[in-house]
Design a protein around this ligand. Structure first.
Ligand code: M6R
Length: 620
């Protein structure tokens, strides 16, 4: 949830790179921000609020020039958002930034107080992260004033044995002026290898101005970077070599590129995302997912797919159930990752376990996935971040080609996930004999048509039309999104988008369920967005729409130009091009994303950084 960055330049000032890194990481949390530089007295500046607030503090009280430093942007867990709780935290001569949760912080706090014979007044914050710094001080023992590099590594590895929970740490010691130490367990951390120096960060987007060469650290690893060296060690402090991965993302892909918000940019990138993912996933002779590492003979023998995900990725999973069952004739169950892991799930060697995650770092998804893997299921993933924890746990991965998604509200990752599921369904269908080559070809054709139809829905008149409707209804207090079949997960996604960025109460509901309770809520204050394109249940949905209209609700229909009954019944209509019912969700979600965006804009909300949220939820 928090974001950390560490810079070790060979010359020049690290301040700009640290602040630039924080700006890219701000999506991970924006309760406070801070920076420390390795200079005389280890100067640090911290501010409650955003990176801009930190920059204002530095403008008033400039930092000295230093080529090494660490920085942090916080999503508060332990301790309210306040300057005293902002990182970097300092204990004695140790200064650090931390992403994660030290679960046994109470026990460790007592241990520190006993070992150092101090009392509660030792602490200057309410955070678990300050305890991490103190724990390192304890582990340094008599060497704490003037440790060698080996003393520091020893202290870090012993502290890692005592600490419970998740952490990515970047650490400075007053007496070791040429390096940033690091450690990771269950929170993401990458090392960037650059020409001007070496770096650590919570994700690659923070370092794209510096390098495209990355090493993905794994659980239990620690080490250090200097300006020209990177050393990584395992739990027993044995040196290890990890491969360097050169990524294709460039610095512009993590910038707004002239858009007022990342969310708007990312909505409008969706046709390209689908185009790129299609291109990357189809080999010669219409071979589907040629890089997917599980052979067809094996894919054909599984009896069930269990899909685990959270939030938007879970909605993609719910739609995946329709797509996979229809195309590949295999039973699919979908579970909230956060629920799956805490019951006794019936899962075993006969199951494929599919985790879907944009970041590949969502704690709930990873936790549930590990449970299923331990029970013998074969792990496969759909993910947007190469080298993420999820990719490393998986036997085979479909990488969505979305580029970095920065807006907290997930948009292009969702369409990337839907497309990946379509492709998996085709691959499985062919492997299991439910789809022959002609059927696969026809469905690929539908996906290509959908990709081009998406162009008609982004920008220009299509965007302006949704903006006008959003402005008209922006101050209504309650929204329902209704759909049936594959439209139901899209309704869920439309409601999630609206509530997370505009703070309006919204619910996604299967249209047929309204009469079993929620119809009681219908009044003139309610807006009902109804997905009613081509589908076998179109007429049933018309009936559900009528029920809302009769009771005074306002209806916005998402439909195509052929649907005259829906058009005449609705108060407002948003048209999507007519396509095959199974690819239609790739289109109909786009106006819902715009609707949420423009309602939030009209209500003056902070679109890319909604209150209380962070993009990457790396804590439970
Ligand atoms: O990185 P993930 O896809 O695993 O994230 C899952 C959810 O936290 C995420 O989709 C969240 O619901 C978004 N804010 C929704 O827009």
């Amino acid at each position: 949830m928090c974001g950390i960055v560490g810079v070790c330049y060979s010359s020049g000032s690290a301040e700009h790179a640290l602040i630039a890194g924080l700006r890219s990481l701000e999506y991970r949390g924006y309760d406070s921000a801070g920076v420390a530089l390795h200079a005389e007295g280890m100067p640090r500046r911290r501010a409650e609020g955003r990176v801009d607030d930190l920059v204002a503090v530095i403008d008033r009280d400039p930092l000295p020039e230093a080529r090494i430093g660490i920085a942090h942007t916080r999503w508060a867990t332990h301790g309210v958002p306040a300057e005293r709780n902002a990182h970097p935290h300092r204990f004695d001569r140790v200064t650090l930034v931390h992403n994660g949760i030290l679960e046994n912080h109470d026990a460790m706090r007592t241990l520190v107080e006993n070992e150092l014979r101090t009392n509660g007044s030792t602490w200057s914050s309410e955070t678990d992260s300050e305890v991490w710094a103190a724990l390192l001080r304890v582990e340094l023992g008599n060497a704490s004033e003037n440790p060698t590099v080996d003393d520091m590594l020893g202290a870090i590895s012993r502290a890692m044995l005592r600490a419970r929970g998740s952490y990515a740490l970047a650490i400075l010691h007053d007496a070791i002026p040429d390096r940033v130490f690091f450690a990771r367990h269950e929170s993401p951390l990458v090392v960037g290898i650059g020409e001007s120096g070496n770096f650590v960060a919570s994700d690659v987007a923070a370092l794209l101005e510096e390098t495209r060469d990355f090493v993905y650290l794994q659980d239990g690893q620690c080490g250090f970077v200097t300006s020209d060296e990177c050393a990584i060690f395992d739990e027993t402090l044995q040196p290890i070599e990890l491969p360097i991965d050169t990524i294709e993302w460039d610095a512009e892909s993590a910038e707004k590129g002239g858009y007022p918000h990342f969310m708007l940019k990312e909505i409008e990138e969706q046709p390209h995302v689908v185009g790129r993912t299609l291109q990357a996933s189809i080999g010669s002779g219409n071979q589907i997912l040629p890089d997917f590492a599980i052979p067809d003979e094996e894919l054909a023998r599984y009896g069930r797919i269990i899909i685990l995900a959270c939030g938007t990725a879970l909605h993609a999973a719910r739609l995946g159930k329709y797509l996979l069952e229809e195309a590949a004739g295999i039973p699919v169950t979908v579970d909230f990752a956060s629920e799956f892991r805490y019951r006794s799930p019936m899962v075993g060697q006969n199951d494929l376990i599919l985790a879907i995650s944009q970041s590949g770092e969502t704690a709930d998804t990873l936790g549930a996935y590990r449970v299923a893997i331990d029970k013998g299921a074969r792990p496969i993933a759909i993910c947007n971040v190469r080298g993420s924890s999820l990719c490393r746990l998986s036997n085979a991965t479909i990488l969505t080609q979305c580029g970095p998604e920065i807006g907290v509200a997930s948009t292009k990752a969702f369409t990337g996930q839907l497309l990946a599921i379509h492709l998996l369904a085709l691959r499985l269908g062919r492997a299991r004999g439910t789809l022959d080559d002609r059927a696969v070809e026809a469905r690929l054709g539908q996906l290509r048509i959908a990709r081009h139809a998406m162009e008609q829905l982004v920008g220009g008149a299509a965007r302006d039309h949704v903006a006008r409707i959003a402005t008209q209804f922006a101050h209504k207090p309650i929204y329902f999104f209704l759909g049936r079949g594959p439209d139901y997960p899209i309704a869920l996604e439309g409601a999630l988008k609206l509530k997370e960025i505009s703070y309006v109460h919204a619910e996604g509901y299967p249209a047929g369920e309204m009469k079993h309770g929620p119809l009681a809520l219908v009044s003139k204050d309610m807006v009902c967005v109804v997905l009613c394109g081509d589908s076998p249940t179109y007429e049933k949905v018309l009936g559900n729409m009528q029920e809302v209209k009769t009771r005074g609700g306002t209806v916005v229909a998402i439909t195509n130009e052929d649907k005259s009954e829906a058009i005449s019944m609705a108060d407002e209509v948003i048209f999507v091009p007519k396509t095959d019912a199974f690819v239609a969700p790739l289109l109909s979600v786009i106006p819902l994303q715009y609707l949420a965006y423009f309602v939030a804009l009209e209500r003056g909300c902070d679109i890319d950084k909604p209150r209380n949220l962070a993009k990457s939820v790396t804590v439970e």
